[in-house]
Structure formats: C-alpha cells, structure tokens
Design a protein around this ligand. Structure first.
Ligand SMILES: C[S@@+](CC[C@H](N)C(=O)[O-])C[C@H]1O[C@@H](n2cnc3c(N)ncnc32)[C@H](O)[C@@H]1O
Length: 280
C-alpha cells in the first residue's frame, strides 16, 4: 500500500458494510456504527451501491466474514477464556466501539500508521467515543515484527488472544502472511484467528476470473494490489505446521450454505474463503 496515504480499500470495505445495513438491513451482519464512521447518510450510500450491482457479491462476502469472525470471537470469550482481541489491519472496523464483550475483552487495533491516524480522525469527527482500554498500535506488517509492536502496546502473550484479520491477507506478500500466522500460532497463551483469502485466479471459471481481474485492476490502481492467493489444502498444511489444531475453511459453497441453506449447490467451488483457526 502507499506509504503515507490511508488505505483506500479500508474505505471501500467500510462502504460495503454500511451499504449492507441499508440495502439488506444488516441481515447477515448488523453494525450500528457502520454509517456513522463513514460520515455518510444512508441515502447516498445506497445510491452508490445500487449504481454498481456487480459489487453485491463482495458486499455480502464482507458482511459474512465479519459475522463469522465476531461469532467465533464471542464463542472464544464464552468457551475458551479469550481475553484479548487484536483487530489486525483494522481499517474502519467498528467492533472496538460497540464491543458487547467489553467487560471481558481488551481490544488492540493494529494498522498501518497512516490508516490508523486517519481512522482516529474519522472516529473523532463522527463523535464515536474510544473506550479507555482500547489500544491503537501502528504497525506495518511488511516491515515490523508484529509481536514486538503488540508487546509495546501492552498485549499479554500469556493470555488467550483472538486475531480478527479481515480483508488484509490478499494485500500482503505470502512471506508476510506466513510470518503473521507464525507469530499468532506461537503465542504461549494460545490464539485464535479469523481471516479471509482468495483461491488463485487460475482456479476460477472464465467468468469469475474476468470479474476478479476487473476488481484486481481497480485495487491496484488505488496503490493496493492483491499480492497473495492460496490453494486451500496447502494453506491448511501451513496452518497445521504453525500449531493451529482446529481449522475451519469456508469457501463459496460453505459460505452460501451457512447463510442461505440450500444455496450451496448453486455456488461456485472456488473464490473467496473465510478461515477460523485456533491453537490448542
Ligand atoms: C481492505 S482493508 C480492510 C480493513 C478492515 N479489516 C475491514 O475489513 O474493513 C485492508 C487493511 O489492511 C491494512 N494493511 C495493508 N497492508 C498493511 C501493512 N503492510 N501493514 C499494516 N496494515 C496493512 C490497511 O491499512 C487496511 O486497513
């Protein structure tokens, strides 16, 4: 991404969440702050989304990944004593500011420094209060060691920690993705992670590949090219090798089936995935 500029794709992802609140009434993922953090009204967000019907699939995917991640986080807190959340590449994610688990969960937001500074301005302008125990840690994952940045921010590595890492993996090199997963898997207190990734374009149907290329060109023109893709079996092997014991990988069929039972059969085999993984 561009060194001194806030992430434009973070703005786009936030716009999809806001449009989902208006157009699908938050059916998959309800976020009462989604519009406020953008500083836009429902009408203009809906108008823009409706002018681009080809973006509906991405909007629904973004809503689904957020819902899956927040549900897995809640289960981790209730059932496995998760007590820290790291929102990795947070963009305009609003979980920290509407946290229903605040009495049991300390939140660390990690992002590229320029994006994080912009988000803090957006929160201020929107009048969204930052809870006292939310920590903002500026870290560039491509250049700095994540665990050093988190330690400096006060993360306790001996407490079980959930990492919400949504919409970030495709923008990193495979080396940075692996290093981040290795860091997460190495935490002595145990860790859980939710992230999304894409199948290699060569695995897609002709139609899906053409749509993928159009989107890839769009984000590359914004200075944030997609850099990594994974084959599901190889990624599972990597995760296992890094200490993750429970791994759930939902591809297009699994996601369709989860949110529209019966729809899985018509969904494509390959495309976007959401992974929920945890160490013992
Ligand atoms: C598409 S946005 C997703 C934001 C948010 N997670 C969401 O779902 O709305 C990608 C995010 O990754 C962050 N990012 C990309 N490359 C990064 C890097 N090298 N270091 C830190 N953050 C990075 C961007 O700043 C941005 O917040």
């Amino acid at each position: 991404m561009l060194e001194q500029e806030p992430s434009r794709t973070a703005w786009m992802a936030a716009t999809h969440r806001a449009a989902h609140q208006v157009l699908e009434r938050g059916l998959i993922f309800s976020d009462p702050l989604a519009l406020r953090i953008l500083g836009q009204d429902a009408e203009s967000v809906a108008k823009d989304a409706l002018a681009h019907p080809e973006r509906r699939g991405m909007r629904v995917f973004i809503a689904a990944r957020a819902h899956l991640a927040e549900s897995a986080l809640a289960a981790g807190v209730e059932q496995r004593d998760v007590r820290q959340l790291v929102v990795l590449g947070a963009g305009l994610d609003t979980f920290a500011y509407r946290n229903p688990l605040a009495d049991r969960l300390r939140v660390f937001e990690v992002d590229h420094p320029a994006t994080q500074a912009w988000k803090r301005r957006r929160l201020d302008e929107a009048g969204i209060a930052v809870p006292d125990d939310v920590v903002h840690a500026p870290v560039d994952f491509e250049r700095e060691a994540l665990l050093d940045g988190l330690a400096a921010a006060g993360l306790d590595p001996t407490r079980r920690t959930f990492f919400m890492w949504l919409g970030v993996v495709p923008y990193l090199t495979t080396e940075a993705v692996r290093a981040t997963l290795a860091a997460i898997g190495s935490l002595p207190g145990g860790a859980e992670v939710a992230f999304d990734y894409a199948d290699p374009p060569a695995a897609l149907s002709d139609e899906a590949r053409a749509a993928h290329h159009a989107r890839a060109e769009r984000v590359a023109a914004l200075g944030e090219p997609w850099l990594s893709y994974f084959e599901p079996p190889a990624l599972r092997e990597t995760l296992t090798g890094l200490g993750f014991a429970e791994i759930e990988d939902l591809g297009p069929k699994g996601l369709a089936e989860r949110y529209w039972p019966g729809a899985g059969r018509a969904a494509p085999e390959r495309g976007g995935h959401v992974v929920l993984a945890r160490t013992a």
